[in-house]
Design a protein around this ligand. Sequence first.
Ligand code: CMP
Length: 139
Amino acid sequence: MTERTLAIIKPDAVQRHLAGRILQRVEDAGFQIRAMRRLHLSKPQAEGFYAVHRERPFFGSLTGFMSSGPAIVMVLEAPDAIKKWRTLMGATDPAKADAGTLRQEFAESIERNVTHGSDAPETAAFEIGYFFAWIDLIQ
Ligand code: CMP
């Protein structure tokens, strides 16, 4: 089933000029990039996006990092896009990520882990709606 997911190229990857290589991997894997924008999140905007993690000990550090510089947010479309993008990213902790995944290849730490992806259809709906309007996604 064709599905959409929200993907982020995080500030560490943009700052290290890895965006082009990551986008190439996205296209090589067969995703359609349905929408894309570059933006520098404010701290409150990062806190809203990651609100589900607000009780976690790493919340302040995570939202500080995510608002530290520009990121690229996009809507990826493919059959089984949510799982497919999470597989390409690899495990959250790069030390545990499989060979050939983006995080194994590029991530510096569990926080500076280069990419984000929605983890379920409900999360994808919230996360896509956080950054994009309906009108951006009509073909
Ligand atoms: P992401 O997929 O964007 O979802 C939540 C983020 O929180 C995760 O990637 C990591 O960047 C970060 N994160 C998760 N666990 C930890 C942790 N134990 N320490 C620091 N950051 C974490």
